[in-house]
Design a protein. Structure first.
Length: 360
């Protein structure tokens, strides 16, 4: 590739050398959308390369990727050499991550319009690098989106981090949020580890796993950009001990979304078709039906919230519940706002908003 301009060399890498992972890697490094087919990614990267304001940075990113993957080499003279006709050399021990766009995660009910703004970055056990980087551009009107009125409980723009422990045999199963043990988080060089979900462990012998919830980034981003910095580029660095997470494959991604309020979810549930009196009567008869050992003569159904012990305002049950006792809808939604655990307080069976039934 000697004697060619940097622009021509980069175009050759994009068209002839780069695979889809290479294109996504470069676009991610340039804080651009990484979704789409290979042709779309090539076109997008070439546009950035040919744009005067982004050309210099694009050349640096493309050359760096070409060198790290062994497509080109950089000898002492500084000229770039095509390695397609030379004996391939071993890749750098500091391996580059692969990207995915379709990891199936547990549904989040308190968020809507969820979009991945970095794509999923997957780190294999063989990756020797000590840090994971996720970069994205922060809106110039950040404060307008992130700061809300607590009194009115208005929906707000939200940025959050999701981590997953990826197992090859369960790709189609929705994954829970799962963080590497001893993980730390830095944003633009500042330590924000304290904003990760709290660690839980039930004995000194247990590993310190974190709660299975996303990490909300609103407050850290507001602290960093509160002085209206001209540079609205957020560089998130995640560090974790590879020995403490031996043979584990993790995926990381940053998302943007809009929050949903308790009242909003409550209205969505109430707008669905309610359980009729006849259906409740059938459920009650099944509940009262004698078994081999027990025959019920009567059943006492409490009409107080299992959470606040106040009179139930909006009674509901779950499709998976093994009882007919109702609970209070707003109270139940409120306790799940931060954890999204969605387990019935009475029988502990799964009870998401999709499972909730409201009686007439």
């Amino acid at each position: 590739m000697n004697g060619k301009s940097d622009l021509v060399k980069c175009k050759e890498l994009i068209i002839y050398k780069f695979k889809i992972d290479d294109l996504k890697y470069c676009l991610h490094g340039l804080s651009c959308n990484i979704s789409g087919k290979k042709d779309d990614l090539q076109r997008r990267l070439r546009t950035i390369l040919e744009t005067e304001t982004t050309q210099h940075r694009a050349i640096d990113v493309i050359f760096a990727r070409g060198i790290s993957m062994g497509y080109i080499t950089k000898p002492k003279s500084g000229n770039l050499v095509d390695t397609s006709n030379t004996k391939s050399s071993s890749k750098s021990s500091n391996r580059c991550a692969s990207y995915e766009t379709d990891i199936c995660m547990k549904n989040l009910y308190f968020y809507k319009d969820i979009q991945s703004i970095t794509g999923w970055k997957i780190i294999q056990p063989s990756d020797n690098s000590q840090s994971v980087f996720l970069n994205f551009n922060v809106p110039t009107d950040l404060e307008k989106f992130l700061i809300s009125s607590n009194e009115n409980e208005q929906p707000i723009k939200c940025f959050f981090l999701r981590c997953a422990n990826v197992k090859q045999d369960v790709k189609s199963v929705p994954l829970n949020d799962c963080y590497p043990i001893l993980m730390r988080m830095f944003i633009n060089g500042q330590d924000f580890t304290s904003y990760l979900p709290r660690e839980i462990c039930y004995s000194s012998a247990d590993k310190k796993n974190r709660l299975s919830v996303p990490t909300i980034l609103n407050e850290p981003l507001t602290k960093i950009f509160q002085y209206h910095c001209k540079d609205r580029f957020a560089k998130i660095e995640l560090r974790y001990d590879k020995d403490a997470n031996k043979n584990e494959t993790f995926a990381f991604s940053i998302f943007s979304s809009t929050t949903k309020t308790v009242k909003e979810i409550c209205q969505e549930i109430l707008s669905k078709k309610k359980v009729t009196f006849e259906k409740f009567d059938d459920d009650f008869k099944k509940f009262m039906k004698p078994s081999e050992d027990v025959a019920l003569e009567c059943a006492k159904i409490p009409l107080r919230s299992s959470i606040t012990y106040e009179t139930i305002k909006i009674p509901f049950r779950g499709k998976n519940c093994n009882h007919i006792s109702p609970d209070d809808l707003e109270d139940y939604l409120m306790i799940n706002k931060n954890t999204e655990a969605w387990l019935c307080k009475i029988c502990k069976h799964p009870c998401t908003p999709d499972d909730i039934m409201v009686d007439e």
